[in-house]
Ligand binder design. Structure first.
Ligand SMILES: Nc1ncnc2c1ncn2[C@@H]1O[C@H](COP(=O)(O)OS(=O)(=O)O)[C@@H](OP(=O)(O)O)[C@H]1O
Ligand SMILES: Nc1ncnc2c1ncn2[C@@H]1O[C@H](COP(=O)(O)OP(=O)(O)O)[C@@H](O)[C@H]1O
Length: 171
C-alpha cells in the first residue's frame, strides 16, 4: 500500500519534523496502517537520556533509533523518525541499518526561518551561549545530496507538505 515503511524526517530544529510526523501519522492511520513515531526529543527523555549533542552521541542516538525502526518494520509497523540527523554520515548509518524500507526526507527550511519560529526558545538560548553545540548556530548541519527527497517547509503549508509526502509514498 505504501512504498516505504520507515519515513525519516530530518532537518533543523523548528523545520517542522514533529508537526509533519503527526500529520502524516494521522493520514497513514486513516489508511489502516499501524504507525509508531520515533522523535529525538522523546527518545532523549528516556532511552537515550545518556546521550548529548556531540556528533558521536548524535550518531549513537540515531543508531539506536534506526535499530528500533528496523525491528518494528519487520512486524509491519510503519515508523516515522523525526531527528535532526545533521551529518551525511548519520544518514548513511540509518540507510545501512534500515535498508530498502527507508525513505529519507529533508525538511528544507533556512536557519533564519527556524530561528524566527523559535518554537521552544532554543535559538535564543543558543545565541546567548546558554546551549552549546546547537545545530545551525554552533554545530554543523550538512546539506544532503541532491538525490535525497527535499520538502520546503518555509514556502508550503504543513498540509501541502504532508500531501507531497503521501504522493511520494503512494504514487
Ligand atoms: N545542542 C542542541 N542541538 C540541537 N537540538 C538540541 C540541542 N539541545 C537540545 N536540543 C533538543 O534536542 C532535539 C534534537 O534531538 P535529535 O535527537 O533530533 O538530534 S540529533 O538527530 O541526534 O542530532 C531538538 O528538537 P527539535 O527542535 O524537535 O529538532 C531540541 O529540542
Ligand atoms: N510547512 C510546514 N511544515 C511544518 N511545520 C510548519 C510548516 N510551516 C510552518 N510550520 C510551523 O513551524 C513549526 C515547526 O515546529 P516543529 O514541528 O516542532 O519542528 P521540529 O520538530 O523540526 O523542531 C511549527 O510551529 C509549525 O506550525
Amino acid at each position: 500500500m505504501i512504498k516505504k515503511r520507515v519515513i525519516w524526517l530530518f532537518g533543523l530544529s523548528g523545520a517542522g519534523k514533529t508537526t509533519l510526523s503527526h500529520l502524516l501519522a494521522e493520514k497513514l492511520e486513516n489508511l489502516g496502517l499501524n504507525v509508531v513515531l520515533l522523535d529525538g526529543d522523546d527518545l532523549r527523555a528516556g532511552l537515550n537520556a545518556d546521550l548529548g549533542f556531540s556528533n558521536a552521541d548524535r550518531a549513537e542516538n540515531i543508531r539506536r533509533a534506526s535499530h528500533i525502526a528496523s525491528l518494528l518494520v519487520k512486524r509491519d509497523i510503519v515508523c516515522i523518525g523525526s531527528f535532526i540527523t545533521p551529518l551525511n554520515d548519520h544518514r548513511q548509518l540509518i540507510s545501512q541499518i534500515v535498508g530498502d524500507e527507508l525513505l529519507l526526507v529533508y525538511l528544507d527550511c533556512p536557519t533564519s526561518e527556524c530561528e524566527r519560529r523559535d518554537v521552544k526558545g532554543l535559538y535564543r538560548q543558543a545565541r546567548n551561549n546558554a546551549i552549546a553545540d546547537f545545530t545551525g548556530i554552533s554545530a554543523a548541519f550538512e546539506l544532503p545530496n541532491a538525490a535525497v527527497l527535499s520538502i520546503n517547509t518555509q514556502h508550503h503549508t504543513p498540509e501541502e507538505c504532508v500531501d507531497m509526502l503521501l504522493r511520494e509514498l503512494t504514487g
